[in-house]
Design a protein around this ligand. Structure first.
Ligand SMILES: [Fe+2]
Ligand SMILES: [Fe+2]
Length: 381
């Protein structure tokens, strides 16, 4: 095996592409080739595992291992996608300023969001800014450690909302046909169940988990009647938390397979900010007024007054739950955190949500390839 310092372009196993070596999809061509050869989880990585642990205390100038680079690249892609849709929310319902430019706001949609909390526009702005910094940092960090950054710009082809206030630009994500899984609500309120132990969970808003629902006004026609735009704002309120609880699980799940100490520090430092977002959004989602959308029949139940512990709005702290083995005492934890197949699981989760409705075959191929490479990174221990 070559040493990492032998040549500026050489990686330990020769599979981490040199910076700038990008394919047309923005994903490293060499990484695609390498995966094609080493198909299957862990194949071809055996000798690399030992060398990677030896890298842990090397200065940050050393090249990232193939597995660590793949994990960080998948995270960068996820953050780019988050930024894309948070940007759409901010244009219509956030604060458009020099920190998060673009759009000019929809006063009616913004007012409906403010029913959940008067500071919603500020929170939307700040969450958008956070995601922007997440992907920008991850990409810069990847390049600083000799790995490829991720660029999905060529896939920004989906239409913008036609409502007044939105920019008319190509998007990566679609917020106008969402199916929102709200089972995190009961998952974090259950004392007895954990998805990592095979348990399943009831929806907080069953109507959102089926059909297609806009989370932003599609045109100005969506701005009335009042209960219709409120249902759209309520949908957004639950979607915010659905997304951020996903991020809250994603980071600890991938962290278990990051080997380089500094790369692990990056993952462990970004991840909890997703939990801060989630915590805020689940509190606000609980303020979504009970109503029935007169246009679609979508129903939002009164969670504030629910007598069911697993639905009660004010139980926003994670209830202790079983973890690892049911024989151990229950503990307040993030769940799920199973590391196996997590990246592809996230791709499926976002796809089933309808976030990529209308996206090209090339987009799904590029995203799945990034996920496959991340999931192929060998676990510790
Ligand atoms: Fe993020
Ligand atoms: Fe996030």
């Amino acid at each position: 095996m070559r040493s990492a310092t032998e040549s500026p372009n050489a990686s330990l196993d020769g599979t981490v592409a040199a910076p700038g070596e990008k394919s047309e999809t923005g994903v490293s061509r060499r990484s695609f080739l390498a995966t094609g050869v080493a198909a299957g989880v862990g194949v071809g990585l055996a000798p690399f595992g030992r060398a990677a642990s030896a890298l842990a205390d090397r200065p940050a100038s050393s090249k990232l291992s193939k597995g660590d680079a793949a994990i960080l690249r998948f995270l960068a892609a996820a953050e780019i996608l988050e930024t894309d849709f948070w940007q759409q929310y901010n244009e219509l319902g956030g604060i458009q300023d020099s920190e998060v430019p673009g759009g000019s706001g929809s006063p009616t949609y913004t007012a409906a969001l403010e029913v959940l909390d008067e500071d919603m526009p500020q929170y939307i702005h700040d969450n958008t800014e956070d995601e922007f910094t997440h992907f920008t940092f991850l990409n810069a960090y990847l390049e600083s450690r000799g790995a490829d950054a991720v660029d999905l710009k060529e896939f920004a082809t989906l239409p913008s909302s036609k409502a007044t206030g939105a920019q008319q630009i190509g998007r990566l994500t679609n917020l106008m046909q969402l199916t929102v899984d709200t089972s995190w609500w009961t998952r974090y309120r259950s004392h007895t169940k954990n998805p990592d132990l095979g348990d399943s969970f009831a929806q907080a808003v069953p109507g959102l988990a089926k059909g297609e629902h806009p989370a932003i006004p599609r045109t100005d026609a969506d701005l009335k009647p009042e209960a219709h735009i409120q249902a759209i704002a309520n949908t957004a309120g639950f979607h915010f938390a659905t997304i951020e609880q996903g991020g809250t699980s994603l980071y600890p799940s991938v962290a278990q397979r990051v080997r380089d100490a500094e790369a692990l520090r990056v993952v462990l430092s970004i991840g909890p900010t997703e939990a801060m977002h989630f915590q805020t959004w689940q509190d606000k989602a609980g303020n979504a007024p009970a109503l029935t959308d007169p246009e679609t029949g979508l129903e939002f139940p009164n969670l504030k007054e629910s007598s069911n512990e697993e639905l009660k709005a004010n139980l926003i702290m994670p209830e202790p739950a079983p973890f690892l083995r049911r024989s151990l005492p229950i503990v307040s934890i993030v769940r799920p955190t199973n590391t196996q197949g997590i990246a592809m699981g996230v791709v499926e989760f976002l796809t089933e949500m309808g976030l990529f409705k209308g996206q090209s075959k090339g987009f799904f191929e590029a995203l799945k390839e990034l996920a496959r490479q991340a999931d192929a990174a060998r676990p510790r221990g």
